[in-house]
Design a binder for this molecule. Structure first.
Ligand SMILES: Nc1ncnc2c1ncn2[C@@H]1O[C@H](COP(=O)(O)OP(=O)(O)OP(=O)(O)O)[C@@H](O)[C@H]1O
Length: 257
């Protein structure tokens, strides 16, 4: 597996280009406080894993960063060089399901997403070539004419990833990309994320319930339960008492904090 982590990128300080700063973020729905005083920074070229139990607010946080939910506090994007702009965000939603018999092909779905062209008309050669170029970013060109409903979990994630990378965003957000993907598909997807992160200096934020691979691919882990309980290098977070408490793990050898 080729996933490599950047050295010394996991600190919370902004000693290198800072992509996204979330400060004192709060989200409420009706009487329910979903997120409260959430603070963290994302950096270019880093993979950050967001973990937390069911209902912790991970998807809500993503939707808020995507601008879909009203919130208090600040979400600020700053480019290298200090310019504040609105970030371009690529988003891969949580396990969208497609009917197995659905006739829509990968090409159809892609065209509906990136171009203003009716899918019932023959696809112009240039448009097909553009889709193939996009799919090539995740080595998925052979999937172009496959029906969406016939894709495996890992193949579907790769197609959705290719769609999220067109145009290439500043920040890539993936909501539980590893769920419904077998071990082989998981490896391929993580390698792919590592590749695009390096190629485009992307900041990647993904949520996961799979802690086994965190140390291998994540530069930083954020443990969320309404607010950030712990953040830092994977080992530090996974061995913390906050992690144990949230996931109701009993003390055993190896838990040091
Ligand atoms: N549209 C909504 N209206 C009211 N409450 C909501 C809404 N969406 C989410 N919630 C609540 O917000 C809380 C956080 O939900 P969210 O989906 O963000 O959690 P999550 O960490 O992504 O969970 P999971 O790991 O199960 O996907 C939950 O209590 C949920 O019921």
């Amino acid at each position: 597996m080729s996933v490599r982590k950047h050295d010394n990128l996991s600190g919370s300080g902004c000693d290198r280009s800072c992509c996204l700063k979330v400060a004192h973020l709060g989200v409420s729905m009706g009487d329910q406080v979903i997120l409260e005083d959430v603070n963290f920074h994302l950096h270019c070229g880093e993979i950050t894993a967001l973990i937390g139990p069911n209902g912790a607010g991970k998807s809500t946080l993503f939707r808020t960063i995507l601008g879909q939910l009203p919130h208090s506090g600040e979400i600020d994007f700053q480019r290298a060089g200090g310019k504040h702009t609105r970030p371009l965000i690529g988003y891969v939603p949580q396990s969208p399901s497609f009917d197995r018999g659905d006739p829509v092909s990968v090409l159809d779905l892609f065209i509906a997403s990136i171009a203003d062209w009716p899918v019932f008309l023959p696809t112009p050669k240039k448009l097909r070539e553009r889709v193939l170029r996009c799919l090539s970013r995740v080595h998925a060109e052979p999937l172009v004419d496959k029906r969406i409903g016939s894709l495996s979990g890992g193949e579907l994630q790769r197609v959705l990833l290719a769609m999220a990378l067109e145009p290439v965003p500043h920040i890539l957000i993936l909501d539980e990309p590893l769920s419904g993907v077998d071990i082989e598909g998981e490896r391929q997807l993580l390698d792919m994320l590592d590749e695009v992160r390096q190629q485009y200096d992307l900041s990647i934020l993904l949520s996961t319930h799979d802690f086994a691979t965190l140390e291998e691919y994540a530069d930083k882990v954020i443990l969320l339960q309404s607010s950030v309980l712990k953040s830092g290098p994977p080992r530090e977070v996974l061995s913390s008492h906050e992690f144990r408490d949230v996931f109701h793990l009993s003390l055993g050898r190896g838990w040091t904090n």
